[in-house]
Design a protein around this ligand. Structure first.
Ligand code: SF4
Ligand code: SF4
Length: 343
């Protein structure tokens, strides 16, 4: 359905079994960490004015919840608000939900998600007695959250999560370069009526043809949530909101850009692991991307140094390059990432 007036370029869809009507283009709350409060407020207000009605943030995005909360205390009814936390136990998740409510200045959240459930072991942990899911269930019964979602980077773990039938939504990286979710995750989500939220729709800011990338994605998912930290990006992103399918020529243009980017873009498939030196190779590229494309240098460096092994431990054995299905020059890319992250 297309809305008229201020929303004339935005399409709205039902987010799976939640029944929530969401704009196909949402607001990803990572990048506003790096802009000041006034700019963050102006960007968010503009997005809401242009018909974006789904705001996604996280406890882990430093002051993102607080910045969003300042705007939403006056416009709460204009949007569907989602947050998430990395807590894995019931006790820790209870605290995180309370902090989210306080920082977002609201008494309920439409959606609360288990953040970055990376594998089946973690999934089991959150679902076990005393796990984070208990806290989410309690919060739902108390009316503090309306629906429960899950997020992660690895489609296989998310497929197991969807199959449980517990989660109302699933959030995962999806774009022309990262299409693994299209295989099992999307068909199962459709079958289970689980809302599908594409994160990293511009591959962490790598895609320049934002409108094409977003239009391509929302042909396959319920919605996409590009990270936004500038007014110009808001205007550009909402032009994709009519969800018009790509023409053959447009798809060729997108494929050409993806082909170029793909020569040096880590898809986080983890086929290169384990590394004999214990380096978490995709994590290095993830942090490097946050630093170089999102400009979150302090955030990325702090997390880099907190890892058990840094890039300097590399033995130069080349095993990762033999295992990488995308033939990436992993060692060279790691050297570059090291320069950025340790610079
Ligand atoms: S080249 Fe370095 S990063 Fe790659 S597998 Fe060997 S030790 Fe690990
Ligand atoms: S370096 Fe290659 S194998 Fe390793 S996670 Fe990235 S894309 Fe996958």
């Amino acid at each position: 359905m297309l809305m008229e007036g201020k929303d004339e370029v935005m399409e709205y869809r039902t987010l799976g079994r939640t029944g929530l009507r969401v704009s196909v283009i949402g607001f990803g709350g990572i990048p506003i960490q790096r802009v000041d409060e006034a700019s963050a407020g102006a960007i968010l207000e503009r997005a809401l004015d242009l018909g974006v009605n789904f705001i996604d943030t996280a406890r882990g995005y430093t002051d993102s919840e607080q910045k969003i909360g300042k705007v939403l205390r006056c416009r709460r009814k204009d949007c569907i608000l989602a947050s998430k936390a990395m807590a894995r136990t019931s006790e820790a998740m209870t605290k995180e939900i309370e902090t989210s409510l306080k920082d977002l200045q609201t008494d309920y959240l439409d959606l609360y998600q288990l953040h970055n459930v990376k594998d089946e072991v973690t999934l089991q942990q959150v679902m076990d007695p005393g796990g984070a899911l208990e806290a989410l269930d309690r919060a739902r019964q108390a009316g503090k959250i309306c629906f429960i979602g899950i997020t992660g980077h690895k489609p296989s773990a998310l497929v197991s999560a969807i199959a449980t039938g517990i989660f109302d939504t699933v959030q995962f990286p999806f774009n022309f370069l990262e299409q693994e979710a299209a295989k099992a995750l999307l068909p199962l989500a459709r079958e289970q009526n689980t809302g599908t939220i594409a994160m990293k729709p511009l591959a962490g800011g790598a895609f320049r043809q934002a409108e094409l990338s977003l239009r391509w994605i929302i042909q396959q998912t319920t919605m996409a949530i590009p990270g936004i930290d500038a007014l110009s990006q808001v205007e550009k992103n909402v032009t994709a909101g009519t969800a018009v399918p790509l023409s053959v020529k447009e798809e060729q243009l997108l494929a050409a850009e993806a082909g170029k980017l793909g020569e040096r873009f880590c898809r986080r498939c983890e086929y290169c692991l384990p590394c004999p030196a214990g380096i978490s190779i995709p994590t290095m590229f993830l942090f490097d991307g946050y630093l170089t494309r999102y400009g979150l240098a302090d955030w990325a460096r702090e997390r880099y140094w907190a890892l058990s092994q840094q890039i300097g431990a590399c033995l130069d054995c080349g095993e990762c390059e033999q295992k990488c299905p995308y033939q990436l020059p992993v060692r060279e890319m790691l050297r570059e990432a090291r320069g950025n992250l340790e610079g």
